[in-house]
Design a protein around this ligand. Structure first.
Ligand code: ARG
Length: 459
């Protein structure tokens, strides 16, 4: 089959080479962006009298006709035309005749493909921010229901101090808030136009890059044509942000897996979001959070993959760069799927407040509070820590919890103990006493919820 670049060649391309070098199987995802970019380019070519207005209009109507067929699923791409750019140019020439060949005046596939990816990632980043906000909204609504729900807070996965469940969930809200800020910030760097850089050095035609930027709603154009065609930082940045985001999703998922286990029973995931076992009839498996955790691996892989592709590349365009797309699509699609599921998974989970409350009465996580109690009475905290450590060993040996010890037992360790110590030790008091800014008391959690809700309303 005749190639668009066939002039210099005396032989047909080897079929294996066609298949090996083609990107159409995956870059057809950029078809709409490719047409969008071409529409703006050709408009500018007409306005700058590089082609006539009639030619520009004819090419534009041809491009719209292809877009229409694309939307109806009537377009067939061919591997012999290698990639989405040449396939669309070929379809255009078939549609309107040789004048279609004027579309590629003053541009190269190198600046074209970069432009397509900027357009694609700009749209997807906007959409992902919206999906992320849905997850944040789900965290806020669960938190509102659980300000007074107390569960053990852990360090080293050992019970440390009791906390409000809302406080625990809101920690994830802020992680996602930072992810959202990073995505928003990255838009500045995505929204720079490569088109007009030509193959690498610019073009001899009197083009107007700023006009194309205006038509495509870019904030500026790349100031260096070589950078424009070989820069993939904006994709790397996206993959880095996505990796951090997936890591957050994975941590939250891990907690959901643990919390829903028989050992914890802190939450129950909705039946609609769980699956069964083909052999063990009793099983209800948390496949969704497990897969969210598992899919983190491919996103990290996409980041490392592209870093590796770029690492040794000399300027400017190299075919290696074609390897930038599949990982980007994979990460976008993985994030879309993950965020779409995470929101309802959080909204529909049942919180087992009884089990959580019971857990904090069957541990020593109020030990810090009696140390604080003695310290408030004037004993240096370090000495108080020592005394309470002894009390904890004593209680463990007696098979008692701290609330079960008698007053004379307390006083045998320190004369500073009085009846009011028992009030200090209830989970409600322990949580409620942490009124420092950003702490877990209901009063502070309510403040935090206000801040969180403001973030959602104002964005
Ligand atoms: N399919 C190519 C890519 O994705 C488009 C650019 C090709 N340019 C070239 N000179 N071979 O990178």
């Amino acid at each position: 089959m005749a190639k668009l670049w066939g002039g210099r060649f005396t032989k047909e391309t080897n079929k294996l080479v066609d298949t090996f070098t083609a990107s159409i199987s995956f870059d057809q995802k950029l078809a709409k962006e490719d047409i969008q970019g071409s529409l703006a380019h050709v408009q500018m070519l007409g306005e700058c009298n590089i082609i006539t207005t009639e030619e520009a209009e004819k090419i534009q109507s041809g491009l719209y006709a292809i877009l229409d067929k694309l939307n109806k699923g009537e377009v067939e791409f061919q591997v012999e035309h290698e990639d989405v750019h040449m396939n669309i140019e070929k379809l255009l020439i078939d549609e309107i005749g040789p004048v279609g060949g004027k579309l590629h005046t003053g541009r190269s596939r190198n600046d074209q493909v970069a432009t397509d990816m900027h357009l694609y990632l700009r749209t997807k980043t906007g959409e992902l921010i919206k999906l992320l906000e849905k997850v944040q909204a789900a965290l806020v609504s669960q938190s509102k229901e659980n300000i007074e729900t107390i569960l053990p807070g852990y360090t080293h996965l050992q019970r440390a101090q009791p906390v409000s469940f809302a406080h625990h969930l809101l920690a994830y809200f802020w992680m996602f808030e930072r992810d959202k800020e990073r995505l928003q910030d990255s838009l500045k760097r995505i929204n720079v136009l490569p088109l007009g850089a030509g193959a690498l050095a610019g073009t001899t035609f009197p083009i107007n890059r700023d006009r194309v930027a205006e038509l495509l709603d870019f904030d500026s154009v790349y100031p260096n044509s070589m950078d424009a065609v070989s820069d993939r930082d904006f994709i790397l940045e996206f993959l880095s942000i996505a990796s951090i985001l997936m890591m957050h999703i994975s941590r939250l998922s891990e907690e959901m897996v643990i919390w829903s286990s028989q050992e914890f029973q802190f939450i129950e995931l909705d039946d609609a979001f769980c699956t069964g076992s083909s052999i063990m009839p009793q099983k209800k498996n948390p496949d969704v959070p497990e897969l969210l955790r598992g899919k983190t691996g491919r996103v990290f892989g996409d980041l490392i993959g592209l870093l590796t592709v770029l690492k040794g590349l000399p300027l400017a365009y190299n075919k290696d760069l074609q390897e930038d797309k599949e990982g980007m699509f994979d990460t976008v699609e993985t994030l879309e799927g993950s965020l779409n599921l995470l929101a309802p998974l959080l909204e529909t989970m049942t919180v087992n407040t009884g089990k959580m409350r019971k857990a904090v009465t069957q541990d020593y996580s109020n030990a810090t509070d009696i140390a604080d109690y003695l310290a408030a009475k004037g004993l240096p905290f370090r000495q108080a820590h020592e005394v309470i450590g002894k009390i904890v060993i004593y209680a463990i040996q007696k098979g008692k919890y701290l609330l079960d010890l008698e007053m004379d037992e307390y006083q045998s360790f320190s004369p500073l103990f009085e009846e009011d110590v028992y009030d200090y030790l209830t989970p409600e008091h322990v949580v409620g006493a942490r009124k420092s800014k950003g702490g877990t008391s209901a009063e502070q959690v309510k403040q935090q919820l206000k801040l969180a809700e403001n973030k959602l309303v104002n964005e």
